[in-house]
Design a protein around this ligand. Sequence first.
Ligand SMILES: [Zn+2]
Length: 385
Amino acid sequence: MKITARTLSGEICDVQVEGHFFKKISSRKGDILDLPWIAPGLIDIQINGFGGIDFNRPLESDEAWHYATKQLYAHGCTGFLLTLITNEEDKYGRFLAELTGRINLDPRNCLGFHLEGPWLNPDPAYRGAHNPEWMKKPSLRQLQEWQAITGPLLKLITLAPEVDLEAAVEVIRAGVKKGIKFFIGHSAAMGSILQKAVAAGASGWTHLGNAAPATMPKFENVILHALAQPDLMASLIPDGLHLPPHAFRVLARLLNQANPSRLLLTTDAMAGAAADEGRAYTLGEVQVKIGADGSARLPATDGSGEGRLAGSTLTPFQGVFLAERMAGIYLEDAWKAFSTRPAALLNFQHGLVEGNSADFCLLSPTKTPYLLATYHRGKCVYEAP
Ligand SMILES: [Zn+2]
């Protein structure tokens, strides 16, 4: 198969795909109008559910798995980390085992697990939509149990090191040796605690700016402390709700300006993403209401009429364009933060390079691009109707 297309940096290329891989990519001169754009498949490191399917509940059928993964392809995503949130210990183990079996048998675009919880900070200001009753201190024993279940599918763990710093450092050191990445999140870690977690090997902060107190001291707060760590990456959710546009703009531009860039984009999508509007969905044990603005919220408990955010209904393809617009950064930079950078984090070769797996998106050459097709391992897995 040979495709002539334009990369996001404007270069015209002949792209030859053979079997699962890019065989040859050669740039060519000229100015051919109406060529589609070609870009690496989007990689989302935090997907709790999609297309009406909740990954934090037992999957009802093979069809549910096929449908959710197909919907991710239909939104440009050729790789994602299935994310489990805090749950009862027994249930958590069962889900991990069931999903590991499924992914090993039929991985589709799933790259493995992101475990967000149960090693989080139970303080109401930091816990977000997670149930504090099931939160735990990090433990090496637990890490080994999870690894025994998942094998190499365990890719990323979000934790709050301040809950038990000594144990967190031990777990991070041991996990990093096995190729697991650690992000800090739902956490109050600052100063020397944060420093120690980073020194042990923590490499990012999960959805920076969220799962943080509504009001914070002007200098001693987790956002500034995370930004001040020179090598710490951070994921941001570009839905305009988790971070209001001005906050997204400041954080995304700052992270993106670092050399190398520290910006990662993720949807943190839950079942309500790419699903029917006006319905209620679940995120594990909790009911989540989808608002007219697309927000996914827990029922309100404090009389304010607005519950906590519980994931998003954003899709990866929407997210990359919203990020470009809100941050005022190049589309190419936003796309990298949602494709090749998360891939590099997960230690796999990705992007328009000869020999890489042919995982890419074709976009329409229109003013507002839409997704024409998604290819995974050289095969067309989505085509616009
Ligand atoms: Zn979270």
